[in-house]
Design a protein around this ligand. Structure first.
Ligand code: PMP
Length: 382
């Protein structure tokens, strides 16, 4: 069945729902089916607008409603109070790698502490170094980023402008179990690949950012949660270009320029799905833990056939990374998985092997299918 229909053909063929595969992509990633269905139902005309969300002005009352509702739902989910602002931005998390040090470090005599638990944390550090003084608090490179620091390995310098962590390293599959306690130093977190997957102790954070395309929405919108007072420290940020200054986004309530309107609409639908259909972040986290455990159990019980990349204590509930005996077997694994409707399981080139990204919207049935496939494959090839 062709997905491409002539534009003037009113009977556009829509792919049957049962043709959807289990999509283990690391991002852009699977979205909740009820959210896609809602977006589909509302696509041609949103509410009483008589036009698509894609077509209405970001200044219109309909879009205002979408924006304010999305913010309220996120605030409810995360338990955010008035000290924090929620911003919808563009430029992905990569832009945040630069905006964070531009706003909090540039021109300051202080330095920023970076905890390097994987590839993304390193990239964040590299960008920060362009803007100011950086010190690395811990670096897991010597064990190929297979673990997190123990609490006693992290020593914070009270005079730091901020401390930066990556709560979940998407490529290596290691995830902080809880936020490190940085005391008075603002904690800045790249939460790109586990945002909305579990509850947060929000008051531990000065700033949190996440590109949406894993758990929270489509590519093109990035969420920033910021405690407003951390901006007061650094006066030199007043001279930043408009878009790069958090203050502009706060003062304009995410409408400094035309925001990614459709993306924000989808983020709102997803927040609503977690609240109303899942029952909140505690429940979301329990479901995610249970899914991840299904796969880690296979790895642990396979007598070395599958070899997990992350150490047990550091395992991610979002990205399950593992190797097989050699690249030939891995290739066969991927081909056969694909044949069984289990798609996008190839690991990132820097770690190799397999990566199953099992974000919020990956149904339990998808993970059960993968688990059963892994057992069958091990039996046939072991
Ligand atoms: N940080 C993490 C943890 C990520 O997983 C990613 C994307 N995979 C990024 C940053 C970069 O995000 P973007 O491509 O939206 O800039």
């Amino acid at each position: 069945m062709s997905l491409v229909a002539p534009l003037n053909n009113p009977s556009i063929e829509i792919q049957e729902m049962n043709e959807r595969v289990f999509n283990f992509s690391a991002g852009p990633a699977v979205l909740p089916l009820p959210v896609l269905e809602m977006a589909q139902a509302e696509l041609l005309s949103f509410s009483s607008a008589g036009a698509s969300v894609l077509e209405i002005s970001h200044r219109s009352s309909h879009f205002q409603e979408i924006l304010q509702t999305a913010k309220q739902q996120l605030a409810r989910l995360l338990g955010i109070d008035d000290q924090y602002r929620i911003l919808f931005m563009q430029g992905g998390s990569r832009l945040q790698f630069s905006m964070v040090p531009m706003n909090l470090l540039q021109g300051s005599s202080r330095s920023a502490g970076y905890v390097l638990t994987g590839s993304w944390g390193r990239k964040a550090r590299d960008e920060a170094e362009r803007e100011g003084k950086v010190h690395v608090l811990w670096d897991g490179q010597s064990t190929r980023y297979d673990r997190l620091p123990r609490d006693d390995q992290l020593e914070f310098n009270d005079d730091s402008a901020y401390v930066h962590i990556t709560s979940n390293e998407t490529i290596e599959g290691v995830q902080f179990g809880s936020e490190p306690d940085t005391g008075e130093i603002p904690l800045v977190c790249d939460a790109s690949s586990d945002f909305l997957s579990r509850p947060l102790t929000i008051n531990k954070y000065g700033l949190l950012y996440a590109c949406a395309q894993k758990n929270a929405g489509p590519a093109g919108v990035t969420l920033v949660v910021i405690r407003e007072d951390i901006l007061q420290e650094n006066q030199s940020s007043f001279s930043l270009p408009g878009y790069l200054n958090y203050r502009e986004h706060i003062n304009n309530d995410s409408l400094y320029n035309t925001p990614p309107t459709f993306g924000i609409y989808l983020v709102g639908l997803i927040a609503n799905w977690i609240l109303e259909e899942i029952g909140g972040l505690e429940k979301m986290a329990a479901l995610n833990q249970e899914k991840a455990q299904l796969l880690y159990d296979v790895i642990d019980q396979s007598e070395g056939f599958f070899h997990g990349h992350a150490t047990c204590e550091s395992r991610s509930s979002m990205n399950v990374t593992f190797r097989l005996a050699d690249s030939e077997v891995e290739k066969r694994f991927l081909e056969q998985a694909e044949g069984n409707g289990l798609c996008s399981l190839k690991g990132h080139r820097s770690v190799g092997g397999i990566r199953a990204s099992i974000y919020n919207a990956m149904p339990r049935e998808g993970v059960v299918s993968l688990r059963d496939f892994m057992w069958d494959f091990a039996q046939q090839n072991g």
